[in-house]
Ligand binder design. Structure first.
Ligand SMILES: [Zn+2]
Length: 307
């Protein structure tokens, strides 16, 4: 709209309604927004709340619109999600944690999985703390119903973990799941390096802050290793079969070439895990962060050669 500026010159002024509409359109298309939501009226807190609420509501409405008359793979109606998840992650938790810590980790993970369905997607979106997570989840859901994603930069995801919640596409239950794919294991593995021991009721020490200390740049390698090895452990009946599947995985692992991940290293980790008695320990060793020094070790180093 055009208005007259103070000097009588015509300047383009975007009305508040237009500014909000533009901000919403930009968010829907790109997932982008300004943290202080300047288009909305009111003081800082009002703007933050209204901006966030309006963007999430618009996202929910857009997902509903695009999803009309489309279906995702059916999530089994009688699925007892808590016990199903517990069973699914138990071999991984038993392999990665000492006996005394397993129950605390299992209790955390058994309530962590959410399959995104037509029945819960809007509620999930409206409940998100972070707008960029909501946008990624909206795209994850749209992909599961075969709808167009929100914009050209939209990620194509099958799972996403935020803090301790693992959001998983209903594609998980599609008939044509690929061999070695298990996004529930993958997302649960991400929880280990995202979540602190003290929030899980486990003792924290100066050198042990996270459930598992995974090297930052190996986080994806760790999650993919757990996913593939978890799948193999679930499907192989004998050690020989497990080793053969590890070799088969090495041959197809190049499908990860485009991702931010070293496919050769991944194949080598999974192969070694399959040959070992406790493959989970192999994965942990090969993806662990360099050990932080204890106080005693630091002191020893500092006083070395002091005499
Ligand atoms: Zn991942």
């Amino acid at each position: 709209m055009l208005e007259y500026g103070a000097g009588g010159s015509r300047v383009a002024v975007v009305s508040e309604t237009e500014a909000i509409a533009n901000a919403i359109e930009r968010y829907l298309r790109e997932g982008a927004y300004e943290v202080d939501h300047p288009a909305w009226p009111g003081n800082f807190l009002d703007r933050a709340r209204r901006g966030r609420d309006d963007l999430l509501a618009a996202l929910g409405a857009e997902v509903r619109r695009r999803g009309v008359d489309r279906e995702h793979a059916p999530v089994p109606r009688d699925l007892d999600l808590v016990s199903w998840t517990r069973r699914k992650v138990t071999p991984m938790v038993e392999g990665l944690f000492p006996a005394a810590e397993r129950e605390a980790v299992l209790s955390l993970l058994e309530r962590s999985v959410v399959f995104l369905t037509a029945g819960n997607i809007e509620e999930v979106l409206l409940g998100q703390m972070w707008l960029h997570t909501a946008w990624a989840l909206a795209n994850l859901y749209l992909s599961s119903v075969g709808a167009a994603l929100l914009g050209p930069g939209a990620p194509s995801l099958l799972g996403l973990s935020a803090e301790t919640t693992c959001y998983v596409s209903a594609d998980y239950f599609a008939e044509q799941q690929r061999r070695f794919d298990d996004y529930v294991i993958h997302e649960a593995a991400h929880v280990f390096h995202n979540w602190k021991r003290r929030n899980t009721g486990l003792r924290e020490t100066r050198t042990r802050e996270w459930l598992l200390d995974i090297e930052f740049r190996k986080r994806e390698t760790f999650a993919y290793s757990c996913e593939a090895y978890g799948w193999i452990v679930e499907h192989a009946r004998t050690r020989r079969e497990r080793i053969a599947m590890g070799q088969e995985y090495a041959a197809v692992v190049t499908r990860f070439r485009d991702e931010d991940l070293d496919a050769e290293e991944l194949a080598s980790i999974v192969g070694e895990a399959c040959e070992s008695r406790n493959g989970w320990k192999v994965i942990l060793r090969r993806c662990a962060a360099a050990k932080k020094m204890t106080r005693r070790e630091t002191l020893a180093l500092l006083t070395q050669g002091a005499r």
